[in-house]
Design a protein around this ligand. Structure first.
Ligand SMILES: C[S@@+](CC[C@H](N)C(=O)[O-])C[C@H]1O[C@@H](n2cnc3c(N)ncnc32)[C@H](O)[C@@H]1O
Length: 276
């Protein structure tokens, strides 16, 4: 099995749409008339969840009519936010077929299918023409991709000159051994976490100027504490939310990444880079 096949298999659930719709219905949502906010907690798979997406989008200088490609778009929560809050037209691509299908279905249920669509593909060979996009985004995806030089080369290729690439990635902040399983990989075999210095160097070599870099650890830690407190007060019968999405050993995987961020070993880092 190739790394990409292993990664897609890691994220594949098998009956994810049914599980999500059931969770939403149990929480009193009208699944035949879904609103974006009904999906909060189940359609974004990164540290800081929706709050992090909102902050990230503010730094991307988004505007109505801009064409945005979201690489590794998952269930599409960030893509729908860029379209709904800013009026962008968004094309998502993701390796995991089931995520693509569920992303398109949730988008249609929220009435955004005219502006947001998803297709299956690899970030290392993007199914887009050169120079077509004003913005590209990559949110918690690079940890599964070893060849970041090719990844950034592909992202630079599909951007217009002067276009912006926003990335929000988990990076390694100091020497140390990572605990597994992590949310993105059960073992180190499909995990390729790198430092901000390596990201900056590879971005510059691919034809980008890094204009902004921010550490979002404080936000991620605060939200993880809030989520833990909420889960504890709800008890075992509480909203499965993200656990539905994460699959086996969800609590252990969340715990490992949160502990690593709190210890300063890992950090969710945002960078905004301009294509030159
Ligand atoms: C942790 S999830 C993040 C999803 C989404 N960006 C979000 O923030 O909700 C990582 C996603 O990256 C996708 N992915 C990993 N490697 C990829 C690759 N080589 N090409 C395209 N997508 C990839 C996975 O299928 C998965 O959907």
């Amino acid at each position: 099995m190739s790394t990409e096949e292993k990664v897609a298999s890691h994220y594949t659930h098998g009956s994810l749409e049914t599980a999500i719709l059931q969770t939403l219905a149990e929480n009193g949502k009208d699944i035949d008339n879904l609103r974006l906010r009904d999906l909060a907690g189940v359609d974004e798979f990164h540290l800081g969840r929706h709050a992090a997406t909102v902050e990230f989008a503010r730094d991307l200088d988004l505007a109505a009519g801009l064409l945005l490609a979201d690489i590794g778009s998952g269930l599409g929560g960030p893509a729908r936010h860029f379209a709904d809050a800013y009026g962008c037209t968004v094309s998502g691509i993701d390796l995991t077929d089931e995520f693509v299908q569920v992303a398109n279905s949730l988008t249609a249920r929220c009435g955004l299918a005219d502006r947001v669509s998803f297709r299956q593909g690899s970030a290392l060979s993007l199914p887009f023409e050169s120079g077509g996009f004003d913005r590209t985004t990559l949110i918690h995806v690079g940890m599964n991709i070893e060849d970041k030089a090719t990844l950034f080369g592909e992202i630079r290729r599909i951007l217009k000159p002067g276009g912006r690439f926003g990335l929000y990635e988990i990076m390694q902040m100091r020497e140390g051994t990572l605990p597994y399983p992590m949310p993105w990989a059960m073992t180190p075999e499909t995990s390729f976490v790198r430092s901000p210095a390596i990201y900056r160097q590879l971005l510059e070599e691919a034809g980008f100027v890094v204009e902004l870099e921010q550490d979002r650890s404080a936000l991620a830690i605060r939200l993880a504490h809030e989520a833990r407190a909420k889960a504890a007060s709800a008890g075992e019968g509480g909203n499965p939310g993200i656990r539905t999405l994460m699959g086996p050993r969800a609590s252990e995987r969340s715990g490992n990444v949160n502990t690593s961020v709190e210890a300063g070993l890992l950090a969710p880092i945002e960078m905004i880079a301009r294509a030159v």
